[in-house]
Ligand binder design. Structure first.
Ligand SMILES: *Cc1c(COP(=O)(O)O)cnc(C)c1O
Length: 802
């Protein structure tokens, strides 16, 4: 149906009529989007089935990637690209007077994630399929993804997101594969006929998990993997409870994504969601495995289960439960299988973000799981005792259950065979500090897997202009083998390539300027430097440092008649967790500075500040290609990896950043001379944290630039915002500036001056930009997934059928 333009048109029109009972003329773009989506899904259905059959019949080892978040964004455009049918569809629609881009705009983002962690999971699915690897995702089909953000009067307002309102063209409901999940109740011990003690769950409450499958289509390969999302529904079996309450409580399990990406807010519903995901996914994995092999004793040889952070860590006790209570295996056999099946990725060193559950919540909700964790803990503590008798402090530090809390990271460390951090510096910090006790007893478990991004989405699809230029210049091999981007290196000195690159960047900046105008009514100078800071709003990411620097530039432009800089547009995009009071203040501050700067005739032609609301994947796809400067300015040691930094680099933006997360590897790849590094190093931050010695007041008193901008937070400089910014002022001075904003201020100003200087030298700038693209291949998630596959999962690729 996509073999040529005419046959595509024919089937498209026929389907449109049959589905909607309307003529083409009467159909809406919405109807057209759904028709096209359904056509693509039908088109790949035979490959989808045959991928499953091939993976089963060849007995290939499978990896299942369990994640509480999948930040997919839109699927239509990526699917058309991966299937190689974009041109046919585009041309066919054009003849009908339809613009493909308008249809793509109809698709709501699947925003089932908060930020980097969820987007990583989505990039991994793309790479698994495109590399022909048997890897599938398991997640939750939240009715409402991450909230929609509106900015009203400079403040963030959250609205419930509604991605399923008009149906989802990509999902297939598989009611026949629904499974039951059990909560509450009590555990009864009994002796079986051979005299062994067994346990059964009684008087629990059961809910149904119904799978919705989404095809994950590889790039130019006939592999279609699956993302299975679970929907919570009332169980068809009779239940003893007020049935309206039961229905409401059940549906709540897959109603909302928790809009909180670091803090554990201790909601019981969240624990329910975690067990719901894990129990449903394991039942599905085990059923599949049993169908093929008839036994679970070889599970670890044929199945790898990866848990993305600790949210799915209950996979460990849940697998134990199945093996003990249902398979009737003994503890040691069950533990061997479990702890050789499950591997774990840690995503943070922020201690407040490490998940802990109070026993008083945990135990009644998941009584059997709790018993099993108790047993795992007892055996683990016994081992610790035998290694070092009498060292109670160490046992207290490392125990899985201590002081009435279940420590999810400890459970993950004990029960999985591999543990990885997400960038070199992060893994080192885990080994040396955060998890040093565990590293000492399990040195072989620890490994690093530096994050990556799906270059097919963030370059090929998001930036067709740059992609065409790259293909014209170095051929198309880079699409399958992103490391080939290095072939671009000699062209970075080539005037004509540089000029083409400049043209592409300009085109993308103009596109973004139009989006900015549509969204905000603001006209920005598309020849100004686009200096971009987009990511979740968090104190450690230091959007505050950026905006204080803007205030400083504004002051200088106002006060010094002959101070001149290249015009600059500071672009921000960030959602703050709804309960994160401080982060919301910073959003308000950015908007207040924008109002001041953009409306001052003295500066508005030189400085502009833009806050783009509702930062999400589809918006990001228009931001990265248009960026000149990538702001990666976290307090060193706090950002585990970052992946936004990689998307910018691949699109030719230059990084201004600290040596934190994957910025370290960006520096190794492209060289410090091709980025703008500044600020404290991780060791210096860790040293301050351990030994003290930092006094933010010193920087306030000794640097007039700092003094001035801080005073402006509280002295009426923002006339409509009396009092609002006092908490920011206090955090920087009274609370001694936990994230070293003032400490790094001077260094950041200096780095920004270098940016300004280099930009005046066009050849130099374009050369640096080219070199960033040339060295970005390492940051494809294809490389990351190949490493996971070889070192952790031990997968084999399918016979490539390109
Ligand atoms: C890549 C991405 C992120 C992660 O950005 P960081 O800068 O690594 O924190 C968050 N949200 C969206 C929509 C993204 O595309």
């Amino acid at each position: 149906m996509f073999s040529n333009r005419k046959s595509f048109q024919h089937i498209f029109l026929k389907k449109l009529e049959m589905t909607y009972g309307k003529s083409f003329k009467e159909s809406t773009i919405q109807d057209q989007y759904h028709t096209l989506g359904n056509m693509v899904r039908e088109y790949i259905s035979s490959n989808w089935i045959s991928t499953n059959e091939r993976q089963r019949s060849t007995h290939s080892k499978q990896v299942y990637y369990l994640s509480i978040e999948f930040l997919l964004g839109r699927l239509l455009g990526q699917n058309l690209t991966n299937l190689g049918i974009r041109e046919v569809v585009e041309a066919g629609l054009k003849e009908l007077g339809i613009c493909l881009e308008d249809i793509e705009e109809m698709e709501p983002d699947a925003g089932l994630g908060n930020g980097g962690l969820g987007r990583l999971a989505a990039c991994f699915l793309d790479s698994l399929a495109s590399l022909g690897l048997p890897g599938h995702g398991y997640g939750i089909r939240y009715k409402h993804g991450l909230f929609d953000q509106k900015i009203v009067d400079g403040f963030q307002i959250e609205l419930p997101e509604q991605w399923l309102r008009n149906g989802n063209a990509w999902e297939v409901r598989k009611s026949d594969q629904a499974v039951e999940i059990r909560f509450w109740g009590d555990i009864e011990a009994y002796q079986d006929q051979d005299g062994y003690w067994r346990y059964r769950h009684r008087n629990g409450e059961t809910i149904a998990a119904v799978p919705y499958d989404i095809p994950i289509i590889g790039y130019e390969i006939d592999v279609v993997n699956t993302l299975r999302l679970w929907n919570a529904e009332p169980s068809p079996f009779p239940v003893h409870k007020n049935s309206m309450d039961y229905k409401r409580e059940t549906e709540a399990v897959s109603e909302f994504l928790y809009p909180d990406d670091t803090h554990d807010d201790g909601k019981i519903l969240r624990l329910k969601q975690q067990y719901f995901l894990v129990s449903a996914s394991l039942q599905s994995i085990i059923e599949n495995h049993r169908k093929t092999y008839g036994t679970l004793t070889n599970l670890h040889e044929k199945v790898a289960i990866h848990i993305n952070d600790t949210h799915p860590v209950l996979a460990i006790p849940e697998l134990m439960r199945v093996l003990l209570d249902e398979e009737l295996l003994d503890w040691d056999t069950a533990w061997n299988i479990t702890s050789q099946t499950i591997s774990y990725t840690n995503h943070t060193t922020l201690s407040e973000a490490l998940e802990k559950w109070s026993v008083s919540i945990f135990k009644p909700l998941l009584p059997r799981i709790y018993m099993i964790i108790e047993e795992i803990n007892e055996r683990f503590c016994k081992e610790l005792w035998e290694q070092s008798p009498g060292d109670w402090e160490r046992i207290e530090r490392m125990a899985i259950i201590a002081h009435g809390l279940v420590k999810m990271a400890h459970l993950a460390l004990v029960g999985s065979y591999k543990v990885n951090g997400v960038a070199k510096i992060h893994t080192e910090i885990l080994k040396k500090r955060e998890m040093a006790d565990f590293y000492q007893i399990y040195p072989d478990k620890f490994n690093n897997k530096t994050n990556g991004i799906a270059h097919r989405r963030w370059l090929l699809k998001a930036n067709p202009q740059l992609s065409s230029l790259l293909t014209e210049t170095i051929g198309q091999k880079w699409v399958h083998e992103p490391e080939q981007l290095i072939q671009l290196k000699p062209f970075s000195f080539d005037r004509s390539f540089q000029q083409s690159l400049k043209k592409v960047k300009q085109e993308r900046k103009t596109i973004l300027s139009n989006i900015i105008y549509q969204q905000t009514g603001l006209l920005v100078d598309d020849h100004s430097i686009f200096d971009v800071h987009v990511k979740r709003l968090h104190a450690y990411k230091r959007q505050l440092l950026n905006i204080l620097h803007v205030m400083y530039l504004y002051n200088r432009l106002k006060e010094e008649g002959n101070y001149s800089i290249h015009p600059r547009t500071f672009i921000f995009g960030a959602k703050a967790s709804p309960g994160y009071y401080y982060a919301k203040k910073i959003i308000k501050l950015i908007n207040s500075v924008a109002e001041k700067v953009n409306n001052d005739p003295k500066t508005s032609s030189i400085l502009k500040v833009v806050f783009l609301e509702n930062y999400r994947v589809s918006l990001a796809e228009n931001i990265f290609p248009a960026s000149d400067i990538s702001e990666q300015i976290s307090t060193a040691s706090k950002e585990a990896s970052g992946t936004g930094n990689m998307k910018f680099m691949m699109n030719g933006a230059l990084t201004i950043g600290t040596l934190d997360g994957a910025n370290v590897e960006i520096c190794e790849e492209v060289g410090a001379e091709n980025m703008y590094l500044f600020g404290l190093k991780a060791e210096e931050v860790l040293h301050y944290e351990q030994s003290g010695g930092y006094r933010s007041f010193d920087y306030y008193y000794h640097d007039n630039r700092i003094k001035q901008v801080l005073e402006q937070l509280v002295n009426g400089f923002f006339p409509n915002s009396f009092d609002i910014f006092e908490p920011i002022y206090d955090s920087l001075l009274m609370q001694n500036d936990e994230y070293y904003v003032l400490r790094d201020f001077a260094s950041y100003v200096h780095a920004q001056e270098q940016v300004n200087n280099t930009y005046q030298n066009e050849d130099k700038w374009l050369q640096m930009s080219s070199l960033n693209i040339a060295h970005s291949g390492y940051f494809s998630s294809d490389r990351t997934i190949q490493e996971y596959s070889e070192d952790i999962w031990k997968l084999k690729a399918a016979e490539m059928m390109r």
